[in-house]
Design a protein around this ligand. Structure first.
Ligand code: SF4
Ligand code: SF4
Length: 348
């Protein structure tokens, strides 16, 4: 990996140049919460001053720019005794600026599913390939447990990654196009002082994390505690609203429906992201439901995050961003649920 130093003024110029030529998405303050904390969202930027790289987190992940909640897969129509189909991949390039390490790690996990050899997702791939990713280092966020999952840092999956050194950024470059992009402005080589400052900044970030969860044994514990009362207790709280999956940067379950015009001359195939906590998620033809209880659906979600995905891809699906816990009106959050499971295993 290559590293360069980018002064803040040059960074400003770089963003201005990007804004002139392409769509730029970045963290933007959209309001305040009742506790006074600012609320940020990844939104299209119209000028540099809308960008707030000091943001803590966003309620909605950048997933929606790669896997939209609602997506038109194809439209078809009958005309002159023949039919035609239109499939539109989004191909125009864009910059997604300011992603944190956990969210870039989330994209790397989605890549494993969406770009696999069998049944790759061309809609996702076209958006991923046409998105220039600029990540940024940040201090630990409320409710996040990324360090327990090793996703508080990231080594790939971005074009540029910035670490704030006060008057300048320490820039990690992980793609040719990232290297080329920096030719638009003035950068300089890294000196020993820059490296020392970078390591000190990284150390300061690392020391801000609280105690980590010991998750090595979690897949085994999940199997052993399959019938644990922990699931009944947390399941009884669950409202089956599906918010946790909607805000999760790695949840990708979906349904497909077809809408057809009354005269059968045109129609559309629409994909909608779905949640395994919703009451009808495991319902099949004939009305049978494999997971009719809230606790079994909640358990399934945790198994997919920390057991099933790991079996398939050698790593958990969860990146510990904490969004599901923050959005859950019932107060269900992974660190507490997992903590209860580990405690149940210890006491059994
Ligand atoms: S865990 Fe929370 S956010 Fe998820 S479905 Fe249940 S109540 Fe909704
Ligand atoms: S399960 Fe929760 S903490 Fe884990 S990645 Fe999804 S939203 Fe973030």
């Amino acid at each position: 990996m290559l590293f360069r130093i980018l002064d803040k003024q040059e960074f400003h110029s770089l963003v201005d140049l990007m804004l002139e030529s392409t769509e730029v998405i970045g963290p933007k303050k959209i309001g305040g919460a009742v506790d006074g904390r600012p609320i940020h969202q990844y939104l299209p930027l119209f000028n540099f001053h809308e960008l707030d790289l000091e943001y803590e987190t966003t309620e909605i992940p950048a997933k929606s720019y790669f896997l939209p909640y609602l997506e038109n897969l194809s439209t078809w129509r009958f005309t002159d005794d023949d039919w035609s189909q239109e499939i539109a991949y989004r191909l125009h390039p864009r910059v997604i600026l300011g992603l944190h390490a956990c969210d870039i790690n989330a994209l790397l996990k989605l890549d494993k599913v969406m770009t696999r050899e069998f049944f790759p997702n061309p809609y996702y791939i076209s958006r991923r390939k046409n998105s220039f990713i600029i990540g940024v280092d940040h201090h630990p966020c409320r409710g996040g447990f990324c360090r327990s999952l090793g996703t508080d840092t990231v080594e790939r999956g971005f074009d540029l990654f910035l670490t704030d050194l006060g008057d300048r950024y320490f820039v990690a470059i992980d793609s040719e196009r990232g290297f080329t992009m920096l030719h638009l402005v003035t950068v300089r080589q890294v000196t020993q002082r820059d490296t020392d400052d970078y390591l000190a900044a990284r150390q300061e970030i690392a020391s801000g994390f609280g105690p980590t969860l010991e998750l090595k044994q979690l897949p085994r514990v999940l199997d052993l505690q399959f019938d644990s009362e922990v699931w009944r207790r947390w399941g009884a709280k669950c409202l089956s609203c599906g918010s946790c999956a909607a805000v999760c940067p790695t949840c990708y379950c979906y349904g497909v429906s077809e809408s057809v015009a009354m005269d059968f001359t045109r129609g559309a195939k629409v994909k909608q992201l779905y949640s395994c906590n919703l009451p009808d998620f495991a319902q099949v033809a004939g009305g049978h439901d494999f997971r009719p209880e809230r606790e079994t659906r909640l358990r399934y979600r945790y198994y997919h995050q920390h057991r099933g995905f790991l079996e398939q891809y050698d790593e958990p699906k969860c990146v510990g961003c904490g969004r599901c816990g923050r959005s859950c009106l019932a107060g269900i959050n992974p660190p507490e649920v997992i903590g209860d499971l580990l405690a149940a295993e210890e006491s059994s």
